[in-house]
Design a protein around this ligand. Structure first.
Ligand code: FES
Length: 256
């Protein structure tokens, strides 16, 4: 681990730069164990490293196109969404595009007054995130018109418009697609439903969709920034984190 990574709090099992196209690796960041992979096409993804079937280490598995194959029993997960693609697992693993993407936006919003671009390396260091994966997310944010990118030595990313004009719905749609994975949920989208009417779940999904859209649409990036950091963790949580860090450091100290 180099001094920069130490200062940033990185615990490196493998470097993101070690991840060859068409492979996955285990990357540990801030107490979170990730399976980070790069497809043959150069697209990056990151999902939880622990298989939901029986604890297999996904970062030690194989990557076939965008499917991560668990080395224990061959279950498969989507590298970008964590969705199950092949049994035996039935539950998805967590993926983090929204969390990481919003962290990128918050970091850019925080430095918006400085009138300068931020490089992804700088954002990755500040937020302790896998740099290469951020390129993927920053690309999604740029295509959605939420950030702009400038090339060159002092280039980097900045918000495309003031934080008060970026709603969380814009960010989530850019990073994950539809707010709710239900093709018929949304005004005027009923024709996408291929079930016979009346549909037993449409009403409830419509209500969930409306409530999510309303609350996320009314929350701007500026508000997220204003509450970033939040109250300090309760004392018992802080104790648990200190104990966990101490335990991890002991495991990593090489024995003579
Ligand atoms: S532990 Fe992953 S498929 Fe069984």
């Amino acid at each position: 681990m180099n001094a920069l990574e130490q200062a940033a709090g990185f615990v490196t099992v493998a470097r993101v730069s070690d991840v060859e196209p068409g492979t996955v690796r285990v990357i540990e960041l801030e107490g979170r164990s990730l399976c980070v992979g790069q497809t043959e096409d150069g697209e990056w993804g990151a999902i939880d490293n622990v298989c939901t079937h029986d604890g297999g280490t996904l970062g030690e598995g194989e990557l076939d196109d965008a499917a991560v194959e668990c080395p224990r029993h061959g279950g498969r997960f989507d590298l970008f969404t964590g969705r199950v693609l092949a049994l035996p697992p039935v539950r998805p693993v967590a993926a983090y595009p929204t969390e990481y993407g919003i962290r990128v936006l918050v970091t850019l919003a925080r430095s918006d007054g400085d009138d300068r671009c931020l490089s992804l390396a700088e954002i990755a260091k500040r937020e302790k995130l896998p740099h290469a994966y951020l390129e993927q997310l920053a690309g999604d944010l740029r295509r959605a018109g939420l950030v702009t990118a400038t090339r060159g030595q002092s280039g980097g990313y900045r918000l495309a418009r003031p934080a008060a004009q970026i709603a969380m719905t814009d960010a989530i749609r850019a990073l994950e697609g539809p707010i709710l994975e239900m093709p018929c949920a949304g005004v005027g989208d009923l024709e996408h439903c291929d079930r016979r009417q009346p549909c037993s779940v449409h009403e409830v999904f419509q209500r969930v969709y409306e409530s999510l859209s309303l609350s996320l649409g009314a929350t701007s990036l500026a508000e997220v920034l204003a509450t970033a950091g939040g109250p300090p963790y309760p004392i018992e949580v802080r104790r648990r984190r200190i104990a966990l860090t101490a335990e991890r450091n002991t495991q990593e100290t090489p024995t003579a």
